[in-house]
Design a protein around this ligand. Structure first.
Ligand code: TMP
Length: 224
């Protein structure tokens, strides 16, 4: 349970192509250089079982997946990741960095799919054992940049001859992604203590510095 944990839980959020994954890896490297033990994880995925569920969720061939199944599968991944990977690492005092967590479900399924935030929060209570991020970095970019980056990435994946195309979510209409971005910004405005918005349009090094500044404040506060 969370009351026995000693580590720090930091999540990265943002619309597709925001650059959050690159930023998370850079933060991990910097924290390790500073002597911290770091676990990097991601959702959907993060565990061998989660990786199998990720495939169902993101395979562009699965067009018939209904919104409720989608919601439950994201939480199936998360429940597994919390129990198998995140909580044990936090108990060992590690800093856990996660590329997406429940905020993604709040904005993509709760708002984007219109399932509502209540059902997402109810599933979070069942699946996450009270685990909440200590700090969330929302890497924000405009929709045009997001879609251009996501499409370039997907082209590269297709050329690399992946067994399947991970684009089911990216392929949603532009207004879906617009709703998601707006919901992220509203979520951040409602929880300024936890969520720091980082402008993702700058070059990688300047975004990295903004991320580091936010994390350094938090590390100082928690004396980790
Ligand atoms: P990724 O590209 O960051 O790995 O995320 C995969 C996709 O899954 C991305 O389009 C966002 C979406 N997603 C949700 O819709 N709900 C969730 O709870 C999570 C974790 C991701």
């Amino acid at each position: 349970m969370t009351e026995t944990r000693r580590g720090l839980f930091i999540t990265f959020e943002g619309i597709d192509g925001s650059g959050k994954t690159t930023q998370m890896h850079r933060l991990a490297a910097r924290l390790r250089e500073a002597g911290h033990e770091v676990l990097e994880t991601y959702e959907p995925g993060g565990t061998p079982i989660g990786v199998q569920v990720r495939r169902i969720l993101l395979d562009a061939a699965n067009q018939e997946l209904c919104a409720t199944s989608e919601l439950l599968l994201y939480f199936a991944c998360r429940a597994q990741n919390v129990v198998q990977s995140i909580l044990p690492a936090l108990r060992e005092g590690k800093i856990v960095l996660s590329d997406r967590f429940t905020d993604s479900t709040l904005v993509y399924q709760g708002v984007g799919r219109g399932l509502g935030t209540e059902v997402v929060l109810a599933l979070d209570r069942i699946c996450c054992q009270g685990l909440r991020p200590d700090l969330t970095l929302l890497v924000d970019i405009d929709l045009e940049t997001s879609l251009a980056r996501a499409h370039a990435r997907n082209r590269t994946l297709r050329q690399a001859d992946h067994a399947f195309s991970e684009t089911r979510m990216d392929d949603q209409a532009a207004d879906f992604h617009q709703r998601v971005r707006k919901a992220y910004l509203e979520l951040a405005a409602g929880e300024p203590q936890r969520v720091t918005v980082v402008d993702g349009r700058g070059d990688v090094a300047s975004v990295e510095q903004a991320v580091w500044n936010a994390v350094a404040v938090r590390l100082g506060k928690l004396h980790v």
